[in-house]
Design a protein around this ligand. Structure first.
Ligand SMILES: Nc1ncnc2c1ncn2[C@@H]1O[C@H](COP(=O)(O)OP(=O)(O)OP(=O)(O)O)[C@@H](O)[C@H]1O
Length: 506
């Protein structure tokens, strides 16, 4: 096979952090090549070097046999390199074809025809005239991929493409990727999901602490082998939870009806749930079915006003009218889905980010910030949650995605909350760290905390939740005991096909 791209001795540092150290990488033509490694191993940095977002400090980039300088994404695109980022870059209020016309030259009508052609050819069907806000995450991803394909790429970089997709759409995406490979396109595929890598990739390069530690054919390795290569030791075993008694009710939603101000939001209808200390309730569902609206209602970002004060109760008290800070004072803690911007302020240090939610832990006295306490708390989060960073003074934006997630989880768990709401607790977190986060959540439950988890990953919900409810079109299914249901039944609820009456109502 011929090499499409070769990196030779490529290095990149950010200040004192060497994110990539003398990396050699060969991507063959018409291959699907996985890049795997723990959080902070240097995967995103490497992709940024290939796509021209950053330039290497050292080393050579050889594209189709010729040494090449990729100094900007526009250069990369011109060479035939496309990239689909984890966070989509589409404008919600524009149509599909309007979004595409921002990057791809051509008349709208011609582009619309091409969108349909590519859609039919690669299983990427999407209506070119639909507004992006009306599309599911899977459809948005298709738009991003089509937009890259219209520029005729030879190499397509996908950064954790399946983390935004419901399980049903993953297999479809894989079919598309296989078709692309048959047409001669190479794909660089970043994922933490080892089984997916084994299913779709024909080569894999494993990074650890910025260096290449292994090159394997993932089809010949087990998921456990791949995990061991990534973390350099055996995977921590999942720990079963202890038998535990339920405490008092910590969260109650009583027939909540709510239409958000956001014109593209989902109306919640007749939503009821009850959660007690010492249990984990998981909310399953395909994203875009009211998860965002539910989280906002519980966290206090959306308030219901006086009339709705009793329809949400926290720690037994009417809370529908309370704001976010007042709810935290009752013992509520919250890990939002968006870690940058909502979970942490990007240009503030980790220590100052600690202060934002943990200030009541003796960090402010007589109006003065107790820097020592702030730093101690931050250091404990960093150490206990194995956050790979130089220390409390590093700005949040400089952490890798998974490491920032670990920090935010640590910060909220350390508060010892009575009620913890987590949205996508292990999103973008590597397999070792995800196991550790789930273990900590189970331990927190065993100490009596009530935990509500929203997650796209059904396997995660089945692993740690005592009960499950499914959100579909703004309505919540009955509560199902995890031990008495299965993924097929939950899947039916996710697609809105299950009957509303159910035998397993808890
Ligand atoms: N702009 C930056 N400034 C300073 N340090 C950075 C910057 N970007 C990345 N780093 C550091 O470089 C290292 C590699 O980060 P990178 O984002 O490439 O990891 P990753 O393997 O993609 O992780 P994840 O799986 O968590 O996304 C990390 O230690 C990170 O903190």
């Amino acid at each position: 096979m011929t090499a499409l791209l070769r990196l030779e001795g490529v290095s990149k540092s950010y200040g004192t952090v060497q994110a990539n150290k003398s990396i050699d990488l060969t991507v063959d033509e018409a291959s699907i090549h996985a890049i795997l490694g723990e959080n902070g191993a240097g995967k995103s940095t490497l992709m940024k070097l290939i796509y021209g977002v950053e330039e290497p400090d050292q080393g050579r980039v050889v594209w189709q046999g010729r040494e090449t300088r990729i100094d900007a994404p526009s250069t990369a695109r011109r060479l035939g390199i496309g990239m689909v980022f984890q966070h989509f870059s589409l404008f919600e209020t524009l149509t599909v074809v309007e979004n595409i016309a921002l990057v791809v030259p051509g008349k709208r009508a011609e582009l619309a025809v091409k969108v349909r052609d590519f859609g039919a050819r690669f299983g990427l069907e999407v209506d070119p005239f639909a507004s992006v806000h009306s599309l599911s995450m899977g459809e948005r991803q298709r738009v991003e991929i089509i937009r890259c394909l219209l520029l005729n790429p030879k190499l397509l970089i996908l950064d954790e493409p399946t983390s935004v997709l419901p399980p049903q759409s993953v297999e479809r995406l894989f079919e598309t990727l296989r078709l692309l490979r048959e047409e001669g396109v190479s794909i660089l595929f970043i994922s933490h999901k080892l089984e997916e890598i084994r299913a779709i990739c024909d080569a894999a390069t494993v990074l650890r602490a910025g260096q290449v530690v292994e090159r394997v054919d993932p089809r010949q390795a087990s998921a456990a082998d791949l995990a061991r290569m990534m973390i350099g030791r055996d995977m921590p075993a999942a720990q079963p939870g202890l038998a535990h008694d339920l405490g008092e009710e910590r969260l109650r939603l009583e027939r909540v009806n709510h239409t958000p101000d956001d014109p593209f939001g989902v109306t919640l209808a007749n939503v009821s749930l009850s959660l007690r200390g010492g249990e984990i309730l998981g909310i399953a569902g395909i994203s875009g079915n009211g998860q965002k609206e539910l989280v906002r209602l519980i966290s206090g970002e959306t308030r219901l006003g006086r009339a709705g004060r009793d329809s949400i109760r926290l720690m037994g008290q009417p809370a529908g009218h309370l704001g976010a800070a007042a709810r935290r004072e009752l013992g509520f803690a919250f890990v939002p889905e968006e870690r940058l911007g909502r979970g942490a302020v990007p240009d503030m240090t980790l220590a100052d980010n600690t202060l934002l939610t943990a200030h009541a832990r003796g960090m402010v006295r007589a109006g003065l910030i107790q820097r020592g306490r702030e730093r101690d708390y931050t250091r404990r989060c960093i150490e206990e949650f194995d956050v790979r960073t130089a220390g409390p003074d590093v700005e949040a934006a400089n952490l890798s995605g998974g490491n920032l997630q670990k920090f935010i989880m640590g910060r909220e768990i350390h508060l010892g909350p009575k009620l913890l709401l987590c949205s996508q607790p292990t999103w973008g977190v590597d397999i070792g760290a995800a196991t550790e986060i789930r273990r900590r959540l189970v331990a927190l439950r065993d100490q009596g905390t009530a935990i509500l988890i929203l997650s796209d990953e059904l396997s995660e919900l089945f692993e740690i939740c005592d009960r499950l409810q499914v959100l579909h079109h703004g309505e919540l299914s009955p509560s199902l005991m995890t031990a008495a249901t299965n993924s097929a039944e939950i899947g039916e609820y996710m697609l809105g096909r299950a009957s509303k009456e159910n035998d397993h109502v808890a």
